[in-house]
Design a protein around this ligand. Structure first.
Ligand code: BT5
Length: 309
């Protein structure tokens, strides 16, 4: 967010502030202050102007509100409803855009991996980050792990008992109900990525009854949340991990529910049963089987026994 606009929101949040005094203090024109106020009002910020300006509320969700909370520098495109934020981000990628976060309150055609459906009622967080990292395609799975870490840590900060099932499911509690999933899509050549879209679906302010079986939401776990703050927390943490890729695997291990567990992993060609012992770069699950050690790069993982947590 523009520095003056951010300072203005911070100042008006504290109490009533006179527009001219703020303008003088920041060294900007009164008209500029007025323009910022009008733009914020259009974004849904409630600003009183009886005796000076006073910020009454920040919208729970929306482009302006997310940009206000975000520390990292992404453009935000917000939709009340959209078929799929990943599909929209792919479209933007084809138009040449980058560093854009596409967000929706609801999706009508949300997708999981392998073209599965992602249930996306209003009240969730559906977000797709379009980036053009300097990475060989083979290292892209690291970004998926980073996104799962960012969600798990943000949920834990809210008091949710969240952990990660390989590679990218964020699950809650002993019954391992699914809170979030990540769908990464990319285009590139052998040695260089052209673009990556990291899509995150996080059940936020959704009632349990509206979710598929085996799923949970932040609302069901800890009550309603301000989605702008939750999403900004996830994206800023993701941005940090993206900036120090060498820390991703350890961060992932720290939240892993899969390591040390008996698992069954369905790959495209076979089902592998064994004990998951580690994750290796760029995101392979290491499984000890009766026939020896296997490194699995992609698949669906099932935890075969309860955690004992
Ligand atoms: C995932 O797929 O977990 C990745 C989901 C990514 C969704 C985001 S939302 C923003 C962006 N735009 C999109 O169109 N997609 C991304 P997968 O591992 O294949 O899991 C899919 C399975 O999770 C489904 O088959 C259901 O069993 C279950 N499921 C569907 N909707 C769910 C929900 N809202 N919460 C929990 N589980 C769900």
């Amino acid at each position: 967010m523009d520095g003056t606009r951010r300072a203005l929101v911070e100042a008006f949040r504290e109490g009533s502030v006179s527009g001219p005094a703020f303008a003088t203090e920041r060294g900007v024109s009164r008209a500029a202050v007025w323009n910022h106020v009008e733009a914020l009002r259009e974004e849904g910020f409630e600003i009183d102007s009886d005796e000076g300006y006073h910020l009454r509320s920040i919208p729970e969700f929306g482009a302006g509100a997310i940009v206000f909370e975000l520390e990292s520098e992404y453009d935000v495109e917000f939709h009340g409803t959209v078929p799929s934020t990943n599909a929209r981000a792919r479209e933007l990628a084809r138009e040449g855009a980058s560093e854009v976060l596409v967000v929706a309150d609801e999706q009508t055609g949300g997708r999981g991996r392998l073209d599965r459906a992602w249930s996306s009622p209003s009240g969730g967080i559906y977000a797709s980050l379009l980036i053009r990292p300097e990475l060989p395609p083979a290292r892209v799975p690291l970004l998926t792990l980073a996104a799962a870490v960012a969600v798990a840590e943000t949920a834990s900060d809210l008091g949710v008992d969240a952990g990660i099932k390989w590679p990218n499911d964020v699950l809650v509690g002993e019954s391992e109900r699914k809170l979030a999933g990540v769908l990464t899509e990319m285009e590139g050549e052998a040695d260089r990525v052209s673009w990556v879209v990291v899509g995150i679906g996080l059940n936020a302010n959704i009632a349990g009854e509206e979710l598929p079986e085996g799923a949970t939401s932040l609302r069901a776990e800890v009550g309603p949340v301000a989605r702008r703050t939750v999403l900004a927390g996830v994206i800023d943490r993701f941005d940090e991990l993206r900036g120090s890729p060498d820390t991703v695997l350890d961060a992932w291990r720290a939240h892993a529910l899969t390591l040390g567990r008996e698992v069954r992993v369905e790959t495209r060609t076979e089902g592998i049963v064994g004990r998951a012992v580690d994750v290796e770069g760029p995101g392979a699950l290491v499984v000890e089987t009766e026939g020896g050690t296997r490194r699995i790069h992609a698949g669906d993982c099932e935890h075969l026994r309860p955690t004992g947590r």
